[in-house]
Design a protein around this ligand. Structure first.
Ligand code: SAM
Length: 214
């Protein structure tokens, strides 16, 4: 999802007060940023922000940080947050490859990955947000009892991710290839923009939850 050349997008971010565009060095400061000791949950590749904004509204005692690579996409989330002014929601414009510069060891309680880009070519596999290289980064920033939750309608990417997790020190605690018909996992499910689009086309939604091996 890349919307090109949105005039003024950068100015809107900078004026908003809740978007960080130069986040390197913020590692270890997030509870100060929010002004409380509540857990920090992040979504990597948040797109237009429907999912994380809804979660932030539903859970005022959790701090949410949405990460998105492109200003032009993030702008939609910023416009929503400009109206809502939720105190527990911030955004970062960055490439998640550098996530270890931005969050400290064990600083994050949960990581959401929703409809992540598939990067279909083998030579780009390490760019997938569920690659072992990304799980190594998550291993550093996640709290010991933290978890990664991943949703997609892309069965190839999902099955690859299951295999990839099998090659890491992570363990699956839940998985389904049909989230919306799984009464347990679907309870309280908050839909993303892509989830609404693809499920309305009849695509089943896959979900996994992974924690570290104990
Ligand atoms: N999560 C949203 C949803 O489910 O509706 C958006 C899904 S969209 C397919 C994937 C988003 O992830 C895009 O907006 C893309 O720019 C962003 N993205 C992909 N790789 C990223 C990375 N390495 N760092 C930050 N954002 C990334």
């Amino acid at each position: 999802m890349r919307l090109r050349n949105v005039p003024g997008a950068r100015d809107v971010m900078e004026e908003s007060g809740f978007v960080f565009t130069e986040p390197a060095g913020m590692s270890g400061t997030w509870n100060e940023v929010f002004g409380n000791d509540n857990p920090i949950y992040i979504e990597v590749g948040m797109g237009k922000g429907q999912f994380i904004t809804t979660l932030a509204e539903q859970n005022p005692d959790i701090n949410y940080v949405g990460i998105e690579k492109y200003s032009s996409v993030l702008l939609r989330a910023v416009e929503k947050q400009n109206e809502k002014q939720l105190p527990n929601l911030k955004f970062i414009r960055m490439d998640a490859e550098n996530i270890k510069d931005v969050f400290g060891e064990h600083e994050v309680g949960r990581i959401y990955l929703n409809f992540s880009d598939p990067w279909p070519k083998d030579r780009h596999a390490k760019r997938r947000l569920t690659s072992r290289q990304f799980f190594d980064r998550y291993d550093y920033i996640l709290a010991p009892d933290g978890e990664v939750q991943f949703k997609t309608d892309n069965v190839d990417l999902f099955d690859w991710s299951l295999e990839e997790i099998g090659e890491t020190k992570w363990r699956l605690t839940a998985q389904t290839h049909d989230l919306h018909n799984d009464a347990v996992l679907n309870e309280g499910n908050v839909m993303t923009e892509y989830e609404e689009k693809f499920s309305s086309m009849g695509n089943p939604i896959c979900k996994l939850i992974a924690v570290r091996q104990t």
